[in-house]
Design a binder for this molecule. Sequence first.
Ligand SMILES: [Fe+2]
Ligand SMILES: [Fe+2]
Length: 264
Amino acid sequence: MTTIAHISDLHFGCEAPMVREGLLEALHQVNPDLVVISGDVTQQAKHREFQAAHAFLAALPYPHLIVPGNHDLAENNLPERLLFPWKKWRHYISRELEPVKQDEDYVAIGINTARRVSLHPDWSRGSISRLQVARIQRQLRTTPETSLRLLTAHHPFWLPPLFAHRELVKRSQPALQAFQSQVDIILSGHVHLAYAQVTQGVIVSHAGTTLSNRLLLHHTNSFNVIRGDRERLSLELMEWGNQRFRLSSQQVFRRRDDGWHQQH
Ligand SMILES: [Fe+2]
Ligand SMILES: [Fe+2]
């Protein structure tokens, strides 16, 4: 069985120090095999924010896999955004923008969906290219049939109806079709809303903002814990309240011939 902690949208620069300490305590209880961090690590891609993120990652006593979000690109410095978009990321966070972690039980594949420029008026919108989809398919062709297959990308591949005004990843539909029966679960962030839904046989699971004060109305900080294997997965929502993270709800999913289904 694999245990994954999924945290997201840390937004260093807007983080709550007490929640940061509470997260490290909660992760100690969970003792994950891997911590997945699905982007927006900083608020404005400033040096001091990346330094705080670097210190946090250095204090994490677990393997981690991290991908960038739209906030990890400089918003107000166009030359930096256009010419050296990932210089700070590579310096403070990781040489890689699309890391892969694999052991005998799972493969976790990172996708960078943040773009420095876009034809779309909203540059915070994410995109997945045909080349990225092809790379993931190649990786999965060599993955053992029994290994749990996780993807992580900052931007959403599915949105709840109330949040349909937030944009999906560009090319989300062909990507989901390509991932059908190849990918078990996609972990994302961006919306600052925790939700999980099966779409086209794949579990799409979002973490809320784990550390930042950029909270949706009536929401608190949260992260998710995913436990299981290619046959059964449980997804636990851990929410902040009374100065600690506690289990708030749980969903269970099972895989059949036609893909994943939620158990009710
Ligand atoms: Fe965010
Ligand atoms: Fe975002």
